[in-house]
Design a protein around this ligand. Structure first.
Ligand SMILES: Nc1ncnc2c1ncn2[C@@H]1O[C@H](COP(=O)(O)OP(=O)(O)O)[C@@H](O)[C@H]1O
Ligand SMILES: [Mg+2]
Length: 365
């Protein structure tokens, strides 16, 4: 991947009355990158995208595209195109006319329009449907028309605001793969907005996790998932067990004290947390092993606790066990079902749970 910067935001703020929709956001997006803005509804994803597109102007800060400050440049002068969740096709125009519209407005020659529309429709697999009206298309096909309408302008950067949000799950999954292939094939920079963490994890080169207008963490999917730097990120991405307790200084090293007084080591402690602070030990369900009680090896590298099986939830590829620790703390442990008869523990059984100490993270807020 080229290391040229396609889009840069420097200390961008967007205030609507008393709401900071975007609150001091700085980030750089590389050329050809699939970059996602991920966060819950209302966290400022759409506003960030609209600022890049030029549909909104920042209250302060600057946006650079291809190294050029965008200032007050209107949307149609920026080398970006947007695909929205509600694709707003013209209902009275057919597929060809919908895709050609932008080029016609720019007075492209007829032959160039014909060629570019044909190319764009081929990219999204709609060749042959040129004469259909939007209402004669499925939701997935309509979204492809919207995509073709953006691609026909050959933008350097494509902005996509929850483009698959209106599609059902199966179609969404299929379109995720297609979009990713298309992006790879064309080498266009994609800035992709979604509130769906799984979608962001599977599609992105890098993800920015947003909350209340701020970026909490930027990283590759694996970094975001494996090494969340805050409670919010750990909670929002995937599933996490949070064991309440206290940060404890123990012989110079930082440790964690569980409610029953047991100590656990951790791989990382969030900045600003010190001895005695209330916090959570975060550990992913698939990192928690369940062992029979006589299997109590923990060595120096693992945390081992006694527990009791509370619930067994068979899920095909894996089984989820809810286990109770000594002090009313419940944990979820997820075990891959790699053989046919994989349910190994039953409700009420006493067990040990164990995880690699370094995989647990102490998170405050
Ligand atoms: N035009 C506007 N006027 C006033 N408030 C707005 C406007 N657009 C967005 N907001 C507010 O800014 C915040 C972020 O909104 P938005 O960017 O749409 O979030 P997201 O796309 O992550 O759901 C929300 O609190 C929203 O209500
Ligand atoms: Mg939005």
């Amino acid at each position: 991947m080229a290391d040229t910067i396609a889009v840069e935001l420097r200390k961008v703020v967007k205030q609507f009355d008393d709401v900071f929709a975007v609150d001091n956001v700085s980030l750089t997006i590389r050329e050809g990158e699939f970059f996602s803005l991920l966060g819950p509804s209302g966290c400022g994803k759409t506003t960030t995208l609209r600022l890049i597109a030029g549909f909104e102007l920042p209250t302060s800060g600057e946006i650079y595209i291809d190294g050029e400050p965008q200032g007050y440049l209107p949307a149609y002068r920026r080398p970006v195109n947007t695909v929205f969740q509600h694709y707003a096709l013209f209902p009275h125009m057919n597929v060809f006319q919908n895709v050609a519209f932008g080029l016609e407005m720019q007075h492209f020659p007829r032959e160039a329009i014909r060629r570019r529309v044909a190319e764009a429709l081929e990219l999204v697999h709609l060749t042959g449907l040129e004469n259909r009206r939007p209402r004669q298309l499925s939701g997935g096909q309509q979204q492809r028309v919207a995509l073709a309408r953006a691609l026909v302008n050959q933008p350097k950067v494509l902005l996509l605001d929850e483009p698959l949000g209106a599609l059902d799950l199966k179609l969404r999954k299929a379109m995720q793969v297609e979009l990713k292939n298309l992006q790879h094939q064309l080498g266009i920079t994609f800035i992709y907005v979604t509130h769906d963490q799984e979608e962001a994890l599977t599609m992105s080169d890098r993800i920015a996790v947003m909350q209340e207008g701020k970026i909490l963490q930027i990283g590759q999917p694996q970094e975001i998932y494996e090494t969340p730097r805050s409670l919010f990120v750990a909670d929002f991405i995937g599933e996490t067990n949070f064991i309440p307790g206290k940060v404890t200084k123990n012989g110079g090293g930082l440790m964690f004290t569980l409610p029953n007084g047991a100590h656990a080591r951790a791989g990382w402690v969030q900045d600003g947390l010190t001895n005695g602070d209330r916090a959570f030990l975060a550990i992913r369900p698939e990192k928690v092993e369940i062992l029979s009680p006589q299997n109590n090896q923990n060595g120096k590298t693992h945390t081992l606790l006694s527990a009791q099986i509370q619930q067994v939830i068979y899920g095909g590829t894996d089984t989820r066990y809810v286990v109770a620790l000594e002090d009313n703390v419940s944990l979820v442990a997820r075990q891959q079902n790699s053989t046919a008869s994989e349910i190994r523990f039953s409700i009420g059984e006493s067990v040990n749970v164990r995880w690699e100490a370094g995989l647990a993270r102490i998170l405050g807020n």
